[in-house]
Design a protein around this ligand. Structure first.
Ligand code: ZN
Length: 96
């Protein structure tokens, strides 16, 4: 089963849940259970809104373009690097 990351929008508490894809929104329906200390002897539950944290699904090709190039051309060092990786004997099973 995949692992999903969640973060409370109130206190910033983060946690992971391993869930079926169909159940991935379930933690968002439960308020944050993080203890927020009020006094030395007392704390209350945060009850903030929990949201799923989305991860970038792949290494950002767009970042390369905007950081290193003024136009939309792929920088040559980048294509060379990909060629090197493809031809590399060190990664015979790569699927680039
Ligand atoms: Zn919280």
């Amino acid at each position: 089963m995949p692992t999903y990351d969640y973060q409370c929008s109130e206190c910033g508490h983060t946690f992971e849940e391993t869930l079926k894809i169909a159940d991935r929104n379930a933690p968002c329906e439960t308020p944050c259970q993080q203890d927020i200390p009020q006094t030395k002897h007392m704390s209350i539950k945060c009850k903030g809104e929990v949201k799923q944290v989305m991860h970038a699904p792949y290494f950002g090709y767009d970042n390369i373009k905007t950081k290193h190039s003024q136009n939309n051309k792929v920088p040559s060092w980048y294509t060379d690097k990909i060629k090197d990786l493809k031809n590399s004997k060190r990664f015979p099973n790569n699927n680039l």
